[in-house]
Design a protein around this ligand. Sequence first.
Ligand code: AMP
Length: 395
Amino acid sequence: MVKKSISDVDCRGKVVLMRVDFNVPQDDSGAITDDRRIRMAIPSIESVLSRGGKLVLISHLGRPKGKGPEPEFTLHPTAVKLAELLEQPVQFATDTVGPEAESKIKALKDGQVVVLENLRFNAGEKDGDPAFASKLAGWADIYCNDAFGTCHREDASMVAVPQAMGSKPKVVGFLVAKEIEYLSDTIANPKRPFVAILGGAKVSDKINVIKNLLSICDSVLIGGAMAYTFSLAQGGKTGKSLVEPDKVALAKELIAVGGSKLILPVDTHCGDDFRGECNKQIVRAGEIPDGWEGLDIGPETAAQYAEIVGRAKTLVWNGPMGVFEMPPFDAGTKAVAKAIADSDATSIIGGGDSAAAIEQLGFADAVTHISTGGGASLAMLEGEKFKAVDLLDNA
Ligand code: AMP
């Protein structure tokens, strides 16, 4: 699925409408607490500006009701931050398809940029309204999608706008191109052994990821609280661990489908309370005593998983092996993260908690790709096809 890239189109003097993901976290005063999403879009933004394009940035922020402006969801702080990062002025329009956006876009000179107000202030964004989409598309010569975090959605700016561009170029930005390269292309043609490590709180969140990866991987290693639902399915004792009794039938099905590919923990680090300072013991998997809860994979499992990871040529990791926020129950996650970092395999880290864990542990530079998308990254690992990407021009 190689898509035409923003670097493949001539931007000089052209209006480039770029969908970015500026949905940044903010504190109560509106100050941006993590500007990573803005920084991730800078390569595509600079590519357009340095080649004399007139850049129009569109994004959503938070979940406004779609009934007009709500001050707490304004994108204005992101325009201020972008100006700081680019070290050049960035204009801001207080509407999206209104007169201010129109006049600011028309006044853009080559190499200048404007951020439009939150797309979701208009009901048309979530509804995929064609009239809203044609207005945005009508201003642009080129459409670029660099909003990976939203690629699994079919909001107007992701689908109806590029559709309304007709035969004009519709391309991917560098961030989306990189995510597709790893989360889709590498996984479709992996070097083997191809090993997935899946953890986290609930089986229910990752059923389709487990199913899809079982069909394409050589081994799928399970950790985190989701392992205890599998343990229940095998008739094990799970004490007061986090389990999903209503997913036991499904876990049985996955065990049957997975066969020897599905690898479950052999031991468990448990505690008598959900605290780092609780009483602790290591027990065999499926033998968690009453009043105790599993909080991490045990040391034997960690060593076994590290060995399997060490032999892999392609690795995908999504979800921590235990309550990594609460030492010493971070040991299993650390052991797996270190094995991934030490490996020469192509290593792909899903977004969310595993990305946070790998960064927190200082291994970010030792892995091949850390996804920026939470839901989008999971959806791609589920093998889902994204309409927002499919409709873009092929290279
Ligand atoms: P997820 O968002 O599904 O990837 O889940 C991540 C969360 O799962 C983290 O906050 C972990 O603390 C939590 N988690 C992992 N293992 C366990 C466990 N054994 N018991 C309770 N929570 C866990």
